[in-house]
Write a protein that binds this ligand. Structure first.
Ligand code: TYD
Length: 135
């Protein structure tokens, strides 16, 4: 499945909660890059691209935001509002992030370094590549 929700196991005690992300254990790839998005303008829409090979896990560790995805003609919107739930996106998936709350911090774990050559930024190219994949 190119888009999957992930529930992280919480290690909690009387002091509070902790979640650990470990590559190839609860994160299904080598983690080569971590970035986070914050201070997002309320009307901003980020993303608007797909990737050729990258795998990513998105976790809204503070606040909330929407992640809209499209793969193979299927469109979904996931409301992320918890550090305990993530979204695993791999394969040919168009994604847009929007509706950020003022306190939103979106953490992204990625399977590769930043490579502009892995981006598909043109929606028509994305549709063409999706079609080619299915032919
Ligand atoms: P951009 O691709 O527009 O972010 P988003 O997909 O969240 O809308 O990236 C914004 C800028 O940051 C752009 O100049 C590329 C740069 N960037 C990096 O240098 N490294 C990274 O890991 C990412 C995701 C972006």
């Amino acid at each position: 499945m190119p888009v999957q929700t992930i529930n992280f196991h919480i290690k909690g005690d009387s002091r509070g909660s902790l979640i650990a992300c470990e590559q190839n254990h609860n994160i299904p790839f080598d983690i080569k890059r971590v970035y986070y998005i914050f201070n997002t303008a309320p009307d901003a829409v980020r993303g608007k691209h797909a990737h050729k090979t990258l795998g990513q896990i998105l976790v809204c560790i503070s606040g909330s935001c929407d992640i809209s995805t499209e793969e193979n003609g299927r469109q979904n919107t996931y409301y992320l509002n918890s550090p305990t739930h993530g979204l695993y996106i791999s394969g040919l998936v168009w994604r847009e992030m929007s509706n950020f709350s003022p306190d939103a911090v979106l953490l992204v774990l990625a399977s590769d370094y930043y490579k502009e050559s892995d981006y598909i930024r043109n929606y028509k190219d994305f549709l063409r590549l999706t079609k080619e994949q299915n032919d």
